[in-house]
Design a protein around this ligand. Structure first.
Ligand code: SAH
Length: 226
């Protein structure tokens, strides 16, 4: 299935809001680390409901905020959730960004990067649109070390790139970005039931759920354009 068809269906089923709620547990920590200044331009790749840009506008007074998403239904929803004219949501592939060289101060992406057919090309695009000293904050929950996320591939009709931490750093460097930080942000908010409650609908064993959320959570790789 195409990325657009898959995520149009998700958006129509209201899953954009569900992801917003779950991803927020760790996304808010990663967003709080971004060195954004008032008035700066921020780009959100695979924006979904657009919550990250709404939050950055509300809390950090960023300027032009552009969310790109392959799903026209996601874009439609994201536009509906705000009446802030500084927020732009564009349908398109993040491998070909409709933005000029050096025109962006910061790039954000949560749980979207690994859907890219050519992730290296996306990183080169990010490098192209960032101004010198601009940053990219790439957050993913699906990665090699978090082994209990690997089954997601069976549930999603789009090929997903299962990279490990080192691979992210290597790919950033190959695209000409300095890797200035990388770590994992545990999800401490999700409720993990007592051992006696397992198996649950989603989890066979409590240990697996603990590993997924508390041990690994979200992998954040931070790059800076030279
Ligand atoms: N960032 C949001 C949405 C995550 S879901 C959140 O944290 O909740 C992943 C999103 O990435 C989907 O909306 C999907 O349409 C988008 N996406 C996947 N591959 C893409 C691509 N190549 N170009 C643009 N958007 C893409």
């Amino acid at each position: 299935m195409s990325v657009q068809a898959e995520f149009d269906a998700w958006a129509e089923a209201g899953k954009d809001r569900g992801m917003e709620e779950r991803h927020w547990h760790t996304a808010k920590e990663a967003l709080a680390r971004m060195p954004v200044e008032a008035g700066e331009t921020v780009l959100d790749l695979g924006t979904g409901s657009g919550y990250a840009l709404r939050a950055l506008r509300e809390t950090r007074d960023v300027g032009r905020s552009v969310g790109v998403d392959a799903s026209t239904e996601m874009v439609r929803n994201a536009r509906e959730y705000t009446d802030d004219a500084a927020l732009e949501f564009l349908a398109g592939d993040f491998q070909h960004l409709p933005l000029g060289d050096g025109s962006v101060d910061h790039v954000w992406s949560m749980e979207a990067f690994y859907y890219a057919r050519d992730p290296e090309a996306v990183l080169r695009e990010i490098r192209r649109v960032l101004r010198p000293g601009g940053t990219v904050y790439c957050a993913v929950n699906f990665f090699e070390e978090s082994e209990h996320t690997h089954v997601w591939q069976e549930k999603v009709g789009v090929e997903m790139q299962l990279w490990d931490r080192e691979r992210y750093r290597e790919a950033f460097r190959s695209a000409g970005l300095h890797v200035v930080a990388q770590d994992t942000i545990p999800d401490r908010e999700i409720d993990i039931p007592p051992a006696s409650a397992f198996p649950t609908e989603g989890w066979e064993r409590r240990e697996a759920m603990v590993d997924r959320y508390r041990t690994w959570g979200t992998l954040l790789t931070v790059g800076v354009a030279p």
